[in-house]
Design a protein around this ligand. Structure first.
Ligand code: NAP
Length: 331
């Protein structure tokens, strides 16, 4: 390490595996921003399920070891590279990606993945925007091409992506149905844009949804757990309806015939496949939501950096979600 190099605390992963491979180190070199990069003092970082798939080594895009996880930080610009004009030291920002990793006291990010964080949102909320809101917007409008007046079911609405989808869909004039697995989660869904909520742990909830929408069915389903729900989703759709697969953790058997008379579609979504233009389009819509006030991230469980292994355990095996999980470094 060069003399005078500043150090920071960060989570480092030296081998793929269970949550125990997340190691907190106090002597990690603080990254230095180059060219189009900014250095952010991290106040909070979102924990996303994808970070557990990457950590376990089972995901299809893996970083070179060792690495620091985390893409959705919020904080304050500490320094900027030579070619950065959009940001300056002291600006409040959030990101959709980092170069050096977000589970750390400082993170370097490319300037095109950094966005201003309005004063009316705190740093915790800033850490809940990146992957969840950009995925929800992409699923609703770039994948499903949802229109005002259509009905959307957010199947798994109480977590990071689900609540974002409810807020966005309501703001754009859709009729919003959501599901959650606990009373607290159901209330949170209702307070964040859903007209109606169902409990996906109730045995008869699919029948209840059918009763509620009648023969017409549902135009768009934003699906968080397709390996459990896809077969039922196909039966709930309207003519020309679309299921957007956001999350799936295994295989499922479906009857392709369920798509035929309704000419319905199953469409996968991957935020990482977004083009720069698509990110810009989503960012413009979300920026408007922050300005006008419909975009208000809800924070669920929060952990200090030292408890990151517990956070990774709980985001996969926990239930009763009511908001976005974050790591909190400083308020
Ligand atoms: P999260 O905050 O952990 O939320 C998980 C959600 O799944 C909760 O609302 C949970 O509800 C719900 N759930 C649990 N059992 C369910 C069931 N049987 N049916 C429907 N929903 C159920 O996670 P997230 O960040 O919102 O992400 C959700 C999924 O999308 C994850 O699998 C993630 O990997 C994926 N994802 C994909 C992309 C992409 O680009 N394709 C991007 C972001 C996320 P309760 O806890 O209330 O039961």
């Amino acid at each position: 390490m060069a003399t005078g190099q500043k150090l920071m605390k960060a989570i480092r992963v030296f081998e793929f595996g269970g949550p125990e491979v997340l190691k907190l180190q106090a002597d990690v070199a603080r990254p230095i921003p180059k060219d189009h990069q900014v250095l952010i003092k991290v106040h909070a970082c979102g924990v996303n399920p994808v970070e557990t798939y990457i950590r376990s080594g089972t995901y299809n895009r893996l970083p070179t070891l060792p690495y620091t996880p985390g893409s959705d930080v919020s904080g304050v610009i500490e320094a900027v590279g030579d070619n950065v004009s959009a940001f300056k030291k002291g600006d409040r920002v959030f990101t959709t990606s980092t170069v050096s990793g977000g589970y750390a006291e400082y993170a370097v990010a490319a300037d095109h993945t950094v966005y201003s964080l309005p004063e009316k949102l705190d740093f915790k909320q800033g850490a809940a925007i990146g992957i969840p809101y950009f995925t929800a917007y992409r699923a609703l409008f770039l994948s499903a091409r949802a229109k005002a007046g259509e009905t959307v079911l957010v199947h798994g609405a109480s977590g990071g992506v689900g609540l974002a989808a409810c807020q966005i869909a309501r703001a754009y004039g859709l009729k919003v149905l959501g599901t959650a697995g606990s009373e607290k989660g159901q209330n949170t869904v209702l307070q964040n844009g859903a007209h109606k909520v169902f409990n996906h742990k109730d045995v008869n909830y699919i029948d209840e949804i059918k009763k509620s929408v009648g023969d017409k069915g549902i135009d768009v389903i934003i699906e968080m757990l397709a390996n459990i729900n896809l077969s039922n989703d196909l039966k709930l759709l309207s003519h020309g309806g679309r299921v957007i697969v956001v999350g799936s953790r295994g295989p499922i058997e479906i009857n392709p015939r369920d798509t035929m008379t309704k000419e319905s579609s199953i469409i996968g979504v991957s935020l990482f496949s977004s083009s720069t233009e698509e990110f810009q389009q989503s960012a413009a819509a979300l920026q408007a939501g922050m300005e006008t006030g419909w975009l208000k991230p809800v924070i669920g469980s929060q952990y200090p950096l030292e408890k990151v292994a517990q956070a990774h355990e709980n985001i996969i095996h926990g239930s009763g979600t009511a908001g976005k999980m974050i790591l909190l470094l400083s308020d």
